[in-house]
Design a protein around this ligand. Structure first.
Ligand SMILES: NC(=O)c1ccc[n+]([C@@H]2O[C@H](COP(=O)([O-])OP(=O)(O)OC[C@H]3O[C@@H](n4cnc5c(N)ncnc54)[C@H](O)[C@@H]3O)[C@@H](O)[C@H]2O)c1
Ligand SMILES: [Zn+2]
Ligand SMILES: [Zn+2]
Length: 362
């Protein structure tokens, strides 16, 4: 029997989000219904609401979640009812050209649920990043459920489902940060701080946090920043060069998604250094760079979708680091809120007051 539960939708571009009744079908072949226990508020949810991702309104928002599998459909073997899982937006297909090349973290044909969750009048919803988890129960592809140890706090480990994984992986997987590297991270929200933590765990010895908000810079120190630069009052490129012996950083992670910060990243890296763009630009943004500088500086300009992660490999590893006290996931949880508080969480995010507001259910 389909179930009717409460969930948070963005009905139209720029309109306040609404808590409404949503119909969740029983899981079909390859699908699972998950009782959501926690879901973080990511900047990407706000991008959806602002029409910055696509126009497929109404969206069912929320995608950084953990919960317990309630039911599975036919043929599902990887998870079972009762399993504690983190939801992921990279259920790899195993067959596309990226998977065939042994690089499944680039999978071009990831699985989502085939059936649609709907409003009570039958209107189909577009789940954010194929998940949709500001809701009591959600329907996903079984491969979107990554089983992890059940005794971890859902509000903390659920954040691995998007922003924290994206940031950590941007530094470690995409940027390849290693022992002794210098790293600069521009933008110290949930994503940027996770990149700082990742760089630190991977052995970087200089980790420079850049933001325009002193509160964020103060917070970044907790995650392993060795230096901070305020982009409002200081010349970011100059300061990063000064802090790296005049050279620039080996790896610069851009975690804002704006042309001006991308340009800072481009010029703040050392020769043969790497820029990683993990911030998501809106479609109207453009950068202009001298081609001779692109050539002359060498190195790599990369982008990082979801931190080039493989959820089945990376989520359990990060939960282990968390439990060993080497990766402080609790520090990302600024506040615990109810489903009805998502709109005010967006406002707090825009005012820079929080790293992550986390919706906690039951
Ligand atoms: N690539 C991915 O897979 C992925 C996954 C999740 C989120 N994201 C994206 O990452 C970005 C960051 O997400 P978040 O949740 O951390 O957002 P957030 O709003 O929590 O953090 C953004 C930070 O950037 C800072 N900032 C803004 N303008 C700046 C400037 N000019 N210079 C320096 N800092 C500046 C803000 O003060 C804030 O601390 C967003 O674009 C989001 O969509 C990407
Ligand atoms: Zn694939
Ligand atoms: Zn996200």
């Amino acid at each position: 029997m389909p179930q009717t539960v409460k969930g948070v939708i963005a009905r139209a571009k720029g309109a306040d989000v609404e808590l409404v009744d949503i119909v969740v079908p029983d899981p079909g072949p390859g699908e699972a219904v998950v009782q959501v226990q926690s879901c973080g508020v990511c900047h990407t949810d706000l991008h959806y609401r602002e029409g910055g991702i696509n126009d497929e309104f109404p969206f069912l928002l929320g995608h950084e979640a953990a919960g317990v599998v309630e039911a599975v459909g036919e043929g599902v073997t990887e998870v079972a009812p009762g399993d504690f899982v983190i939801l992921n937006w990279r259920a790899v297909c195993g067959q596309c050209r990226a998977c065939a090349k042994g690089k499944p973290w680039y999978c071009f044909n990831t699985h989502n649920a085939k059936q649609k969750m709907t409003l009570t009048d039958g209107t189909e919803l577009s789940p954010a990043l194929g998940i949709g988890a500001f809701i009591e129960k959600t329907l996903v592809a079984a491969g979107q459920c990554t089983k992890v140890d059940a005794d971890a706090d859902a509000a903390a480990v659920g954040l691995l489902g998007c922003g924290v994984m994206a940031g950590f992986g941007a530094a470690v997987n995409t940027g390849g940060v290693g022992r002794g590297d210098s790293v600069a991270v521009i933008g110290c929200g949930g994503v940027g701080n996770a990149a700082i933590a990742g760089a630190s765990v991977a052995g970087a010895t200089t980790v420079i946090a850049v933001d325009v908000d002193d509160r964020k810079l103060e917070g970044a120190k907790k995650f392993g920043a060795t230096h901070t630069v305020n982009g409002k009052t200081e010349d970011v490129v100059e300061r990063i060069r000064e802090l790296t012996g005049g050279h620039g950083a080996d790896v610069v992670v851009e975690a804002v998604g704006r042309p001006e910060t991308y340009e800072q990243a481009f010029y703040a890296r050392d020769l043969a250094g790497t820029v990683v763009l993990v911030g998501v630009p809106t479609p109207d943004k453009e950068v202009t760079l001298p081609m001779i500088e692109i050539f002359g500086r060498g190195g790599a300009l990369k982008s990082s979708w979801y931190g080039d992660c493989l959820p089945s490999r990376d989520f359990p590893m990060l939960v282990d680091l968390y439990r060993q006290g080497r990766f402080d996931l609790d520090a990302f949880v600024s506040e615990r809120i109810a489903l009805g508080d998502v709109e005010s969480a967006f406002e707090k995010m825009e005012r820079g007051e929080v790293l992550r507001s986390v919706v906690v259910l039951r």
